[in-house]
Design a binder for this molecule. Structure first.
Ligand code: BGC
Ligand code: BGC
Length: 842
């Protein structure tokens, strides 16, 4: 009888397991399928007793305050005299005094001010220190002068877990030196589709590799759990993110990970058990959805799996206003997220409204009292374990204010080692590398002396753009590193971005690649490198045609289709985003005086490298796996491999777009078309000049900064005519339209319009095609004649006017019935300083 019962129970359980696996589209997790984290740290009874006592002494207002984190762009220290918030953060674009270049002393001063205000109260209730969180994702990267380690994709290639521990430790110390308490790292995304703009934040496409780094990096940041080192001075709180499935969204930022629960667990979840075992005190919920359900509202994963089954005892912090994306929620009101298991909202904007609404929900019981207490308990537990109550003011802490630790000697040394180990040698025909340092070396390419480009996103600014080399005072560019190495060995190196030279060099090193981006700004429709601008390829070809041996050093946040560039180079190094220690590149490229390589290549690809631009999902365990370079590939100096010529043809019909650039230097991206329409006809412009079917609109090439880098369009006013741009396949701009981006046009009015003018975007496709227009005649008439101007129209304006942004068939058209002459140099979707909610005033 008893035996029968248990067999029945087992069968029922098996049935439950099987049906969970068979139901891939259920957004409800089955905790029993997930691993228990046996090795997790035990609760400390003393800490728990203190937390219990503190909870008992707190008002409901205090509790609600603890579960809110506000961005320093919108919260001021004085606010914490009244509102006892649990935390503040600096978002990627926020800095003390609104100054991205604020010196470390300003960060520390502001940290003191927040701390002091949080601890000021006279009503006898508990004084709870506020903690400051920051994206120290590749070093303490928001602060000028900090060591910038290679982004995670390069670290994955290094295959060195012990190095992750050192990097975590140094980053924590550079963070603590500025008086900050908490880092939003590590990212344990297991990225499966490399079109995603956050691919570089991932160590690998391979769950086992990510899992092998999780423990060491968390231990480095926080110190080793269970020892006196844990959260000792110089360590900060870590955040394991983004829970869960961030790397599975089909290449779209904040997208939907459509996978069965077993894949969610085994691929995307792989890093969490070791991070929990290492004692990560916080986990960040993901912006993304799992099978259509937003993670911030998924109780079965946040509560039942993460906190229940895996036994995570720290707190779950939200992502940037992500709670507002749960159906029924807004940024200012979201009981559902807390009830699902979120412990702290990350809020930019009107956090006082969020506070008021959350307080009302706590009072009414809409947020369950036990849930609120649990959230606060978890936050207080982390603060106690991190010694936040004992450490005193930020500036009084050990290491705080020791600004020589920001960009320290150890940081430089370990950063440089990390660069050396992250480089992957993809091609070395004729064993061109290592180069002889005594030789005459030409360094070319725009990226060779541009630190922002080697650092990538999340470097001083969120996007990592617009920071001059002077904004990275302790960094070394790749060119500087080469120059030092070559000169030290008695050779000569010269830098010419465009590859010009006086005397023919012995070899050329061309450094080129992706320009910085973060998050959705880096989402791409294909893996083709720079489809709209082939000037880097032209440079490689020019040097090779001159008989110069060419070494390509390619900077990128992901593997890319570079067959043509590979063909045009004799040696090719994938350097990913190496960060501030550019000298690590020369360390490996050059032999010593005796001709022996001082450092060999050690990097092995942590992401598979595509042989076609449409191999977006290319992971080692996928069926039909057919990469150009497989996961784990990477030559050393002991290898003698001759790479044959690769196919350079782009698959027919593949969507081609250059990341939101519709028109650059007077040209549309490859495979797109520029056309002049009139009546029911239109003519495609092939060369530099063109005319509409009846000649009412003509175009010629004009010079702006270079020869023919713009076009002048002249409307004669005989009848309505338009110039328009069409991609070879419809574009999905829904994320961009949602992301506060604008359509930005560089133009010059040569003769003002005599009638109304409209800019139109068309979307829907086929019979569903629908134009959405914004009038710009007034702006053009007000613009000074003959001067280059920037026009920015928030994409949201087109959506309001009816655009189907998910299927844009014609991303740009400008039309008028009147007479006008306008020159255009550039059209793209990007961020602009325009109020995104006003379509009238542009
Ligand atoms: C990102 C997080 C980051 C947070 C704070 C979000 O947009 O997704 O990774 O930690 O912003 O800057
Ligand atoms: C980023 C923030 C950034 C903000 C700018 C967010 O998505 O995570 O760190 O400051 O966008 O709007």
């Amino acid at each position: 009888m008893r035996i029968n019962m248990s067999v029945a129970t087992v069968l029922a359980m098996l049935g439950a397991v099987a049906s969970a696996q068979d139901a891939p589209l259920s957004p409800v997790a089955h905790p029993e399928l997930w691993p228990k984290v046996q090795a997790r740290p035990a609760l400390d009874e003393d800490v728990e007793a203190k937390v219990t006592a503190m909870l008992g002494a707190m008002s409901i207002e205090d509790k609600v305050g603890q579960i809110i984190q506000a961005d320093i762009a919108t919260v001021k220290p004085a606010d914490l005299l009244t509102y006892k918030l649990g935390s503040v953060l600096n978002g990627g674009n926020s800095a003390p005094n609104n100054d991205e270049q604020a010196p470390p002393a300003e960060w520390l001063k502001l940290a003191d001010a927040f701390y002091d205000a949080s601890m000021t109260r006279s009503d006898g209730r508990p004084k709870i220190p506020v903690i400051w969180g920051t994206d120290a994702v590749h070093g303490n990267n928001n602060i000028v002068g900090a060591t910038l380690f290679p982004h995670n994709i390069g670290l994955g290639a290094a295959r060195n877990p012990a190095l992750m521990e050192s990097i975590g430790r140094i980053t924590a110390k550079e963070t603590a030196a500025a008086g900050l308490d908490w880092s939003f790292a590590p990212t344990l995304a297991v990225v499966q589709d490399d079109r995603w703009g956050r691919t570089y934040e991932s160590y690998s496409e391979d769950p086992a590799l990510v899992a092998s780094y999780a423990g060491p990096v968390v231990s480095g940041i926080q110190g080793k759990v269970g020892t006196a080192d844990f959260l000792s001075p110089g360590h900060v709180i870590a955040t394991t993110k983004h829970f869960l499935g961030d790397g599975g969204t089909g290449g779209r930022d904040q997208g939907d990970t459509k996978v069965p629960e077993t894949v969610l667990r085994d691929v995307h979840g792989a890093g969490y058990p070791p991070a929990i075992a290492a004692g990560t005190l916080s986990v960040m919920a993901s912006f993304s959805s799992w099978n259509g359900a937003k993670m911030h509202g998924n109780a079965s994963l946040l509560t039942d799996v993460l906190k229940g089954r895996m036994g995570f005892q720290g707190f779950v912090v939200g992502d940037w206003n992500a709670h507002g994306q749960i159906p029924g929620c807004t940024n200012e009101s979201c009981a559902a997220a807390i009830n699902a298991g979120l412990d702290m909202f990350m809020m930019s904007g009107d956090w006082k409204k969020l506070y008021a609404n959350t307080l009302a929900q706590a009072k009414s019981g809409e947020i369950r009292p036990a849930r609120l207490d649990d959230a606060v308990r978890r936050i207080l537990r982390a603060k106690m374990l991190a010694h936040s109550f004992e450490m005193g003011r930020p500036s009084a802490r050990k290491f705080a204010g020791q600004f020589d630790l920001i960009g320290s000697a150890e940081g430089h040394a370990v950063g440089r080692q990390a660069v050396r180990e992250s480089l992957v040698l993809l091609k070395n025909n004729g064993n061109l590398l290592p180069l002889k340092p005594g030789a005459n070396i030409l360094v070319a390419g725009k990226a060779a002396d541009t630190i922002a480009q080697q650092a990538g996103g999340w470097s001083i600014t969120w996007q990592g753009t617009d920071v001059a080399n002077s904004g990275f005072p302790n960094a070394t560019s790749i060119w500087k590193g080469i120059d030092q190495a070559v000169r030290a060995a008695g050779g000569a190196a010269a830098y010419a971005p465009d590859g010009t030279y006086a005397a023919k060099p012995d070899a050329a090193i061309v450094v080129f690649g992706e320009t910085p981006y973060a998050e959705f700004m880096g989402d791409r429709p294909t893996l083709e490198y720079s489809p709209g601008d082939k000037s880097d390829l032209a440079l490689l070809k020019k040097l090779k045609a001159a008989g110069i041996p060419v070494v390509a050093v390619f900077l990128s946040g992901r593997p890319m289709w570079v067959n043509a560039e590979l063909n045009a180079a004799d040696a090719f190094v994938a350097a990913f985003l190496p960060g501030s220690e550019g000298a690590g590149v020369a360390d490996v490229l050059f032999a010593d005086k005796a001709g022996k390589p001082a450092h060999d290549f050690r990097g092995k690809l942590s992401f598979s490298w595509p042989k076609r631009p449409d191999q977006y999902v290319l992971n080692r365990r996928d069926p039909g796996y057919d990469p150009l370079f497989a996961f784990g590939y990477g030559l050393t100096y002991a290898d003698h491999v001759v790479m044959p010529r690769l196919d350079e043809t782009r698959p027919a019909g593949m969507v081609v777009d250059s990341g939101g650039v519709f028109f650059a230097k007077g040209r549309v991206p490859d495979a797109w078309s520029l056309a002049l329409g009139e009546g029911s006809g239109s003519t495609r412009v092939v060369g530099n000049t063109g005319r509409s079917p009846a000649g009412g609109l003509t175009v010629v090439g004009v010079d702006r900064n270079a020869q023919e880098d713009a076009r002048r369009f002249a409307w004669s006013g005989t009848r309505e005519a338009d110039m328009h741009i069409e991609p070879n396949r419809p574009l999905d701009l829904s994320r961009e339209a949602n992301g506060e981006l604008s359509l930005v046009v560089q133009y010059r009015v040569d003769a003002p319009p005599t009638a109304a003018v409209a800019v139109t975007m068309t979307g829907g496709g086929g019979a569903a095609d629908k134009p959405a227009s914004v009038a710009i005649g007034g702006v053009l008439r007000a613009a000074p004649v003959g001067q280059w101007q920037t026009l920015a129209i928030p994409l949201k304006c087109f959506v309001t006017a009816g655009l189907d942004a998910g299927r844009v068939t014609r991303p740009f058209a400008v039309a008028t019935k009147g007479k006008m002459t306008v020159s255009i140099a550039d059209i793209r979707v990007t961020r602009a300083d325009v109020p995104i909610d006003r379509c009238g005033a542009i």
